[in-house]
Design a protein around this ligand. Structure first.
Ligand SMILES: C[S@@+](CC[C@H](N)C(=O)[O-])C[C@H]1O[C@@H](n2cnc3c(N)ncnc32)[C@H](O)[C@@H]1O
Length: 251
């Protein structure tokens, strides 16, 4: 997987990607990453990349030509068939990023991410590059760099070897539309609050069952919209009802 980022603020994205798990994965060559400073592709002495809006109105808009040339250069970062490459414009108008979309993005070999700024980007270059617009939430950011960092982090976690254990992704929240079980660390009692006894039992089968049922309960309580779409067999349904009853008796 190669991420090419078209941006006016390369250091902002680089700082995010070079830290922590993604930073270690990058050093281990589990994915590749490169930024292209759009300003370097401006055809003027001042690195001007924006201009006023036709039709009037507030603010400035990023111009077509420097973005298009940075995109042409980014395409040479990674030699793949065109159907293995996707160009994404991080945009508040886009499809909101979720786990299903993250998994789909992880199936490409080359993602080119365009970060907008100011009032956004001239529509014609978006059309020419046939971008997919992706948003990280229904609010407006100052620029696309934070959104690109979020997207790269989420996608990189899906790539083989990036997380320390192979099935770590499958146990985390949002895998199969379910949330992760509650988690605890030492000490076993803190301010009179106890860790669920099963987690101290050393009985792995019971622990796995508790985690499965607790994940379903977390989903029901915190994301009823996801819970609605969960499908489980009759046995699990019965165990879950009993688990919830026991929890009520305990509290
Ligand atoms: C100030 S915003 C432009 C907003 C635009 N005028 C509008 O109202 O739709 C500047 C840039 O930030 C990025 N951006 C802002 N909000 C975002 C979001 N929720 N998700 C992804 N990118 C976002 C986009 O790249 C956008 O071009």
């Amino acid at each position: 997987m190669f991420f090419s980022v078209l941006t006016l603020f390369p250091e902002l994205v680089t700082t995010m990607v070079r830290e922590s798990i993604t930073g270690r994965a990058l050093e281990a060559d589990l994915f590749a990453f490169r930024t292209h400073n759009i300003r370097d592709y401006a055809h003027n002495d001042y690195g001007k990349v924006d201009d006023t809006l036709y039709g009037g109105g507030r603010g400035m808009l990023m111009m077509c030509q420097p973005i298009f040339e940075s995109w042409e250069a980014a395409k040479t970062d990674c030699d793949v068939e065109s159907d293995s490459r996707l160009t994404v414009y991080l945009s508040p108008k886009g499809h909101v990023l979720n786990q299903a979309l993250v998994e789909k993005l992880a199936s490409y070999n080359h993602l080119i991410l365009l970060c907008g700024h100011y009032e956004g980007v001239d529509q014609r270059v978006l059309d020419e590059m046939e971008v997919q617009e992706i948003s990280i939430g229904d609010y407006v950011l100052t620029g696309g760099e934070l959104a690109a960092g979020v997207l790269i982090d989420a996608v990189a976690r899906q790539l083989p070897g990036v997380l320390p254990t192979p099935d770590a992704v499958r146990q985390e929240s949002h895998f199969n539309c379910q949330l992760e079980y509650r988690q605890y660390t030492k000490p076993a009692v803190w301010k009179g609050r106890e860790v669920p006894p099963v987690l101290l039992s050393g009985h792995h089968k019971n622990i796995d069952k508790w985690r499965q049922l607790d994940g379903i309960r977390e989903t029901m309580l915190k994301r009823p919209d996801l819970f609605q779409s969960l499908k489980f067999d009759e046995n699990i349904a019965k165990e879950f009802v009993k688990y919830c009853r026991d929890m009520e008796l305990d509290s």
